[in-house]
Design a protein around this ligand. Structure first.
Ligand SMILES: *[C@@H]1O[C@H](CO)[C@@H](O)[C@H](O)[C@H]1NC(C)=O
Ligand SMILES: *[C@@H]1O[C@H](CO)[C@@H](O)[C@H](O)[C@H]1NC(C)=O
Ligand SMILES: *[C@@H]1O[C@H](CO)[C@@H](O)[C@H](O)[C@H]1NC(C)=O
Ligand SMILES: *[C@@H]1O[C@H](CO)[C@@H](O)[C@H](O)[C@H]1NC(C)=O
Ligand SMILES: *[C@@H]1O[C@H](CO)[C@@H](O)[C@H](O)[C@H]1NC(C)=O
Length: 787
């Protein structure tokens, strides 16, 4: 069998090489890669004249032709992630499920790293750290590199599909969420911008959008998990049975905006519906969410996939459907197109027989969406290695130095300096004679990858990266057996700390503590970590440095308040180059500039039920609300917090309008007791566009060191009554690199309908009259909205 297989591969590859110029051959392998799977072989006389193979026709006509040729049995086999081949039509098998959250991943079913050409891929930082850079351009370049590597894996014959189920754009609503690490944090505007940058990058669009010719895709991105999905397993409640009770107000101005941006601006080619129910209805069975909102209101053009086994659970765990065929009918009629799992393969035919599903209306619609994507990916146009993306060469592109440099740039850009008393950092390269490095995360590189990882091109731990500095002798001690730190060897760690000039503790969490299917049960550091850190700090000659590796926020108030802990650095899960970025940060070869994309709550927040979806606070019951926009309790560190080795000053240079008129149409004005408001939809797009104004700000590096700095512009509401107005909200962000002493002017375009509005209790976006303040650091600028 094996020999036969090899012979076949060799034969096919020779044909390829003769027909086209050699694109790539692995230098270190004698066995050329097998060709990637594709349909419509132009040399196959039995199909090359069929309309669905005619690339001159529009895709919708080709798909209609294709679908019209399929039998019901053939159709049903296409409705699951592992779609069967249809040999009589020269249609190849296809695997819909691949992952690429922060690099081409080994998770999913479509990508294999055990072939002859590709054995690894560049692992960029986990998203929560990448988000901390507040740099859309960087996000875009990372996604572009991932898209190139993805195509390269395909060209190497090691991918059975080019549809990737990333990005995860859910709002990090609760700090305990095991998958918070996968997201861009808690702000809807930011999650939306992240989504757009990622989708455009991986799909082959430009950063500004609008580049894709005829909808062609380099790789397909998928916005997940639609919607209000941010609980995995808390206190016995699993994502499979959780019914998220979401108020219209929160749905409209918190949970939905990233998806709307992903679809409308990003032109994402896929959406994944979530496991959970939203107000009683399973997301994948919700016609309103999938068809009315996504397709009709937002103009979504792509396919909708279920999360894995999300259809089966509608019957089996949620009991929402009375029999399996009802679950099939519910999802197909709602607008879902492909089932990750096998449920549709098992039960769709009987659903048709029982007249619960229409072959023409429901199944053909789904197939139309699915085959359109495969055609847009160029997989029905003959050998794809001879097409647009065919020359992306795996041996040149995957793990290219350029991509490794980008992974390092991203790790640097995200690292957040949370405390740095008396300029403890950076360490001097010449005066640091001895260093004690302590902690379970200091001598491992796996931790850097977070989840949805693939095999990295390189491994380098913080210990190894520091050794390259050769700045003095390094003594390492693990401190705890594992990250859970149920057993700690505090005395040994203290001994080492006592003898060193400086001490660095590398602590935090890992995937055993926070992961998919596992939310955290507490907000502090696990086990004896606090004890270890405090004992070491007490014994050390000087204040110590605490480096935290974790995705979700931890309550480190004990360290913030302890003067013997001089510095706290948050490095997320920084990707394969993270060890280098941390070492550079310690020794001042990198000046940290990241800012927190999520609120760090005190441990006490743990008394709030994770199942309580309310964003807004409720002072009458002591419910504090969630995220910087609504939370009214104390914080450990605020959203947007982050220090630097230098200092920046801000100025509002000019604001083009400080009074904005809302009285477009008298009858649109609603009276809400003492305050009048107008709905954004009644103002209309044209009037809204006329209201936009620019705020020019100057940022200056007034310190001693060059740095990269994200400038965050917020607006603050004056009177936050019980209407549910956010206290504060991000209006825009822009990252600038500034040498010491230099300044730069940035223009923010403020669109009142988008940036100064919020959802009222009916789920209507409204703008109120009154005074708003633009806020940048300690500077404020008043804006009057008047009728
Ligand atoms: C398509 O046809 C070609 C030529 O006949 C054949 O080599 C190839 O295996 C077929 N592919 C599929 C997916 O059926
Ligand atoms: C490579 O991995 C895939 C699954 O990812 C498996 O089906 C295949 O047998 C493996 N091939 C080899 C040569 O180990
Ligand atoms: C760091 O970890 C590696 C791999 O587990 C191990 O071989 C090495 O001895 C460790 N280094 C120290 C100083 O303990
Ligand atoms: C990185 O480390 C993992 C195990 O921790 C190992 O499986 C992998 O082969 C290593 N990769 C490289 C490129 O050394
Ligand atoms: C701590 O972590 C280790 C390694 O993951 C695990 O084997 C052990 O069971 C954990 N201990 C507890 C008490 O959870």
């Amino acid at each position: 069998m094996r020999i036969h297989g090899h012979t076949l591969c060799l034969f096919n590859s020779i044909i390829l090489l003769v027909l086209s110029s050699p694109l790539f051959l692995s230098a270190d392998s004698n066995i050329p890669p097998p060709p990637p799977p594709f349909s419509c072989d132009q040399s196959n006389p039995s199909t090359n004249l069929l309309p669905f193979c005619n690339i001159k026709l529009p895709i919708s006509r080709r798909v209609n032709d294709l679908v019209s040729r399929l039998t019901l049995d053939e159709k049903v086999e296409q409705l699951v992630n592992t779609a069967a081949a249809i040999p009589r039509l020269n249609i190849s098998a296809y695997e819909w499920w691949s992952e690429a959250l922060h690099g081409v991943s080994r998770h999913g079913r479509g990508i294999s790293f055990n072939g002859t050409v590709v054995t690894s891929a560049t692992m960029f930082p986990q998203i929560i750290l990448t988000a901390a850079s507040f740099d859309s351009n960087l996000w875009y370049r990372i996604a572009q590199a991932i898209g190139d590597e993805a195509r390269a894996v395909y060209n190497a014959g090691q991918a059975k599909g080019m549809t990737f189920w990333a990005p995860n754009i859910n709002i990090l609503r609760d700090p305990r969420w095991g998958r918070g690490q996968e997201t861009a944090g808690e702000d809807p505007l930011m999650a939306g911008k992240y989504a757009v940058a990622y989708v455009r990058g991986i799909q082959g669009d430009s950063l500004e959008g609008g580049l894709l010719k005829d909808g062609h895709l380099k790789a397909s991105a998928c916005c997940k998990h639609y919607t209000a999905h941010d609980l995995d397993n808390w206190n016995g409640v699993t994502r499979y049975v959780f019914d998220a009770r979401v108020r219209k107000q929160d749905l409209v101005d918190t949970f939905q905006p990233p998806f709307e941006a992903c679809v409308k601006q990003g032109q994402a080619s896929a959406i994944m519906c979530a496991y959970n129910r939203v107000n009683g209805v399973p997301s994948c069975a919700d016609y309103n969410l999938l068809t009315k909102i996504a397709r009709q209101q937002w103009g979504f053009q792509g396919y909708i996939a279920s999360d894995c086994d999300a259809v089966a659970i509608i019957y089996e765990q949620q009991g929402y459907a009375k029999e399996p065929e009802d679950a099939i009918a519910d999802v197909l009629k709602a607008g879902m197109d492909v089932n990750c799992g096998s449920y549709l393969k098992k039960h769709t035919k009987s659903a048709v027989a029982k007249n619960k599903v229409s072959e023409k209306l429901d199944i053909d619609r789904a197939l139309h969406n699915l085959f359109s994507i495969r055609m847009r990916l160029g997989l029905f146009s003959g050998d794809p290695t001879k097409l647009e993306y065919g020359n992306i060469n795996p041996t040149k592109v995957i793990c290219a130095q350029k991509n490794l440099d980008l992974a390092l740039e991203a790790a640097r850009a995200g690292i957040v300096l949370l405390k740095n008393d008396n300029g403890l950092l950076p360490f001097s390269k010449t005066k640091t004679k001895s260093l004690a490095l302590i902690g379970p995360n200091a001598n491992t590189s796996n931790i850097f990858l977070g989840n949805y990882e693939g095999p990295p091109c390189k491994n380098i731990t913080i210990l190894q990266a520091l050794e390259k500095y050769n700045a003095g002798s390094i003594k390492y001690h693990q401190g705890c057996d594992f990250v859970n730190c149920t057993s700690a060897t505090i005395d040994e760690a203290v001994d080492i700390a006592k003898q060193a000039d400086y001490v660095v503790l590398v602590m935090g969490l890992d995937q055993t503590i926070e992961r998919e299917k596992h939310d955290r049960v507490e907000l502090g550091l696990p086990g004896n970590q606090e004890d270890l850190i405090t004992s070491v700090a007490d014994a050390a000659k000087r204040p110590v440095v605490l480096v935290l590796l974790c995705g979700g926020p931890v309550d480190v108030s004990f360290a913030k308040e302890n003067s013997k802990i001089g510095t706290i650095v948050w490095a997320g899960y920084p990707g394969e180059a993270g060890g280098i970025a941390v070492a550079e940060t310690l020794f001042g070869d990198h000046n940290p500039g990241g800012r927190l994309p999520v609120t760090w709550y005190p441990k006490d927040f743990n008394k709030i039920a994770m199942t309580d979806m309310r964003m807004r606070s409720d002072p009458s019951t002591g419910y504090p609300g969630r995220t910087y926009r609504f939370y009214d309790g104390p914080t450990v560190f605020e959203f947007g917090y982050g220090l630097s080795y230098t200092k920046y000053s801000y100025d509002f240079v000019s604001v083009s309008h400080s009074t904005i008129f809302l009285n477009a149409f008298k009858n649109a004005v609603k009276d809400l007791g003492s305050v009048r408001y107008v709905s954004v939809s009644e103002l209309g797009a044209k009037y809204c566009d006329g209201m936009k104004f620019s705020a020019n700000v100057r940022v200056e590096n007034v310190g001693e060191m060059d740095g990269k700095h994200p400038v965050l512009l917020f607006y603050r509401n004056e009177n936050v009554r019980n209407t549910g107005k956010p206290k504060k909200q991000l209006v825009g962000f822009e990252s600038v690199s500034l040498s010491a002493g230099k300044s730069e002017e940035i223009e923010f375009v403020v669109k009142p309908c988008e940036h100064l509005s919020y959802a009222n209790e009916d789920g209507l976006m409204v703008i109120e009259e009154g005074t708003f303040y633009l806020v940048m650091g300690d500077n404020e600028y008043p804006i009057n909205l008047v009728f």
